[in-house]
Design a protein around this ligand. Structure first.
Ligand code: AMP
Ligand code: MG
Length: 267
């Protein structure tokens, strides 16, 4: 099965050494589409069981540079799951109210409740990515956040949240093409902002910030996965596979029904 790239806890990560076009095995668009269908069906069933069981939850964290495909991945991987048991939370620049609290305040509120699958489109990792690159808080403060994040994630996993963290890894050239497509397509222009070009200029700083986050916060309880993301169909396949296998490992069970139901007929 197509696997994401993983690292040992504490291992140094060099994104330049990971090929964003890497493919595991001999998958192509057609075989991937077929497998995606199977994954969707299986995920629907397992998510239904997770909801019925109402004991545990799954949190999928999606990070990646602009245009890496966070929105597209969510569309492709989650369409089969009942909206009742799944929430997507996008994290934008914090509001004034959010800035008046610690950086994990808004994050904690969005953690999926028991029985649910939650997806973070960006996350608390922005607080060691964009915040680090732009020095939005003093260095001592963002440096201490890696440890705060590890503690926070450990608390969540001990409280029955399974955390799946994915970094969608695109190349700088692929980003150029995708930004250009946004400019050229009237239906995609709304996604483009001039600020995206300013951020693109900071590409190397962002890669370095990602490498630090991937290395410092790759824990046993909440490991990171790097997803080769230059090919959208492959990116979707790897994430859907990861979600499916996570749910299969959890193996959620329907709760026992009340006793004495066998003799009841509804009239
Ligand atoms: P988008 O994903 O294109 O809607 O953009 C969301 C923007 O919010 C990105 O530019 C992020 O860098 C920014 N953002 C998200 N979280 C934070 C944060 N904690 N601090 C500052 N900016 C953030
Ligand atoms: Mg954007």
């Amino acid at each position: 099965m197509p696997r994401p790239i993983t690292f040992k806890p504490g291992e140094k990560v060099c994104l330049a050494d990971i090929d964003p076009r890497k493919i595991d095995g001999d998958w192509d668009k057609e075989s991937a589409a077929e497998r995606m269908e199977q994954n969707a069906e299986r995920t629907r069933d397992l998510a239904y069981r997770l909801y019925a069981e109402n004991r545990r939850s799954v949190l999928l964290v999606l990070q990646g540079m602009d245009t890496a495909g966070k929105d597209g991945t969510i569309r492709a991987v989650m369409h089969s799951v009942s909206p009742q048991s799944c929430q997507v939370t996008p994290f934008k620049a914090p509001s004034n109210l959010e800035l008046d609290h610690d950086f994990l305040w808004r994050i904690h509120q969005a953690v999926p409740r028991r029985g649910n699958i939650g997806i973070f489109n960006r996350s608390h990792y922005e607080d060691v990515l964009v915040v680090r690159v732009h020095n939005l808080v003093p260095k001592e403060e963002w440096r201490s956040r890696y440890e705060r994040i590890n503690e926070f994630e450990q608390m969540l996993t001990e409280g029955s949240v399974t955390i799946v963290k994915c970094m969608l890894h695109v190349s700088k050239e692929e980003q150029r093409e995708r930004l250009q497509k946004r400019l050229d397509n009237p239906n995609k222009r709304w996604k483009f902002s001039k600020g995206d070009l300013a951020e693109r200029k900071l590409w190397d700083d962002y890669q370095e910030a990602y490498e630090a986050a991937l290395a410092h916060c790759n824990t046993k309880h909440a490991p990171w996965h790097v997803i080769p993301a230059d090919r959208k169909w492959y990116r979707n396949l790897v994430v859907s596979e990861l979600l499916r296998s996570t749910l299969e490992e959890l193996d959620p069970q329907f709760p026992p029904s009340e006793s004495g139901l066998d003799d009841i007929t509804v009239v």
